[in-house]
Design a protein around this ligand. Structure first.
Ligand code: GLN
Length: 537
């Protein structure tokens, strides 16, 4: 079959969950045996979100091939169980960069380079890049932002042209919001009608409308939306708030989103998606008999999306252990020696989060010292692992003022230091150690047992590293380097074997935890946390 292109746009307000709808549709199509990929086009001018502050953009997700991407790609992977790559996230910045590079090379042969056709052609080329590999039956393209934004206009123009060029092999799903006016006790569809008008003004007629709502939308109201928006009544689909994002594929199945897509792209609509494994996860989720209480120590604690992949990895592993996750965010800036006990006691496990820069760093050392001394299961990720090393150096090896040269370039004990190849780099964008690298695990270590193998590949996003000059001193005093890169010998994992579960990874295991394949380290950490909880009672 020809590759089918599904465009997902959003209107009325942002944060409606286009990423979750796209991921849910992908899940349903995959479960029907189709080959599916999801890509996101972001209208901002940054080349990638790598240099964006989490306050602006939430977590930065990293693909195996080392692209720093939007956090929606994390959802794509968690729902589909398939790796995304650099081609799955394109920004306006990348589009312009490509066009300007071509212009400098002289590729445009003296033409005036313009938004239309040159920028839109470049967008279209990128939309089709994955489809042209022949590896996919469906390419779902999520257009970031909200219809009506000036910056998304070139993307919408490209979608309009593609719809025109492939009338039978493409369609547009538009996601809108139906607010409930409490005082009037009424649902209102007018914002949806206006949003569809906005799309129609740029020449796009949506084929399917997904209405995000907090209350059931009556059939009559859906028919009205269909009539006013030129959409067939069975293509007006409601997306009611769900108790978990992982319920959304089932809700979309009930609403017939997959059937509407198949019918409108000329694919057979018989049969049902095989969701056995997915349903298995959901039934575990609904029947959890325990609770596991995890503290996440970080500096972006007021922001829901900053540690998205960690939250989801913990949630998935907890469910597989029959436990509901009770996640408590702890601001590292507020942690001091005199309040650490009060702030951390009662937790079954503690995660020390990734991050950059000085703010909140001392609180991470305070938390780690307390956890290590009280033998609480503790997981340090990236900066969290580096903090484990620094805390151990200061409080066990007696290296007062030990630090990472990121925080203190003049530290006498640079136990975490800049990688040699990083020293000549001055640009911040896309220059970290990024993407998947191999790691060899020491036999008998907690991590090797957790993975059940001794060679793994995990994704990285950092500039600084464990300084191997100090390795002997750490190992002699009880912190073992149990994972290393087989080629460069960079230390990837440390643990304190005398503790129940005290592990730090320089890499980010959270990026590769999915609903169907929860990550072994998160599984092992939750198991340790539950054991600790039992032993405390
Ligand atoms: N700031 C640290 C580094 O660059 C850790 C980065 C991270 O936690 N992702 O090495």
């Amino acid at each position: 079959m020809n590759t089918k292109y599904i465009f997902v746009t959003g209107g009325v307000v942002s944060s409606l969950g286009k990423g979750i709808i796209s991921s849910s549709l992908a899940r349903l199509l995959l479960s029907r045996g189709y080959r599916v990929t999801i890509q996101k086009f972001d209208p901002y001018i940054n080349i990638d979100p790598g240099t964006l502050n989490p306050y602006e953009h939430g977590e930065c997700y990293v693909t195996v091939d080392g692209q720093e991407t939007d956090l929606d790609l994390g959802h794509y992977e968690r729902f589909t169980n398939i790796h995304t790559t650099r081609a799955n996230n394109i920004t306006t910045g990348r589009i312009y960069q490509n066009v300007i590079d071509k212009e400098r090379r002289g590729d445009y042969l003296g033409k005036t380079v313009q938004i239309i056709p040159h920028i839109t052609d470049e967008i279209k080329r990128n939309v089709k890049l994955l489809g042209n590999t022949g590896k996919f039956d469906f390419v779902i393209t999520e257009i970031g932002g909200t219809v009506g934004d000036i910056e998304s206009l070139p993307f919408l123009e490209a979608v309009r042209q593609l719809r025109w060029e492939m009338p039978h092999d493409s369609l547009c799903i538009h996601l809108t919001y139906v607010p409930f006016i409490n005082a009037a006790k009424e649902l209102k569809t007018k914002p949806t009608q206006h949003s569809v008008k906005n799309l129609q003004e740029v020449g796009i007629q949506p084929d399917i409308l997904v209405l995000r709502t907090e209350h059931d939308i009556p059939a009559g109201m859906r028919r009205k939306v269909a009539q006013f928006c030129n959409v067939s009544p069975d293509a007006v689909i409601q997306s009611l708030d769900a108790s978990s994002i992982y319920e959304v594929p089932l809700n979309m199945l009930k609403e017939g989103l997959d059937i509407a897509v198949l019918r409108k792209t000329g694919c057979p609509t018989d049969g049902e998606p095989d969701l056995t494994q997915w349903n298995n996860f959901l039934s575990k989720l609904h029947n959890c008999s325990k609770t596991v209480k995890i503290g996440l120590v970080g500096k972006y604690v007021e922001l829901q999306d900053a540690y998205k992949s960690i939250d989801e990895a913990l949630f998935q592993s907890a469910v597989y252990h029959d436990a509901k996750l009770d996640l408590k965010y702890i601001s590292s800036e507020k942690l001091r020696d005199d309040n650490v006990k009060e702030m951390l006691s009662g937790l079954d496990g503690v995660i020390v989060a990734p991050g950059f820069g000085q703010r909140g760093i001392e609180g991470k050392f305070v938390a780690l010292k307390w956890c290590r001394e009280n033998d609480v299961p503790t997981f340090g990720i990236c900066l969290g692992m580096q903090c484990m090393v620094i805390e151990f150096a200061r409080n066990v090896l007696g290296m007062t003022d030990a630090n990472s040269t990121e925080m203190d370039p003049k530290t006498p004990y640079n136990v975490i230091d800049l990688m040699e190849e990083q020293k000549s780099i001055s640009n911040l964008g896309g220059t970290m150690r990024l993407g998947a690298y191999a790691c060899r695990l020491a036999g008998g270590s907690t991590v090797a047992k957790a993975y059940g193998k001794d060679m793994v590949e995990e994704r990285h996003r950092h500039r600084f590293e464990f300084n191997n000059e100090f390795r002997y001193q750490f190992e002699k005093s009880g912190m073992s380097c149990v994972g290393e890169n087989p080629e460069t010998h960079l230390v990837e994992v440390v643990e304190v074997p005398s503790r129940k579960w005290y592990v730090g990874t320089q890499y980010h295991p959270e990026y590769s935890s999915t609903v169907l394949n929860p990550h072994p380290l998160f599984m092992s950490f939750i198991e340790a946390a539950l054991k600790y909880k039992m032993s405390e009672k």
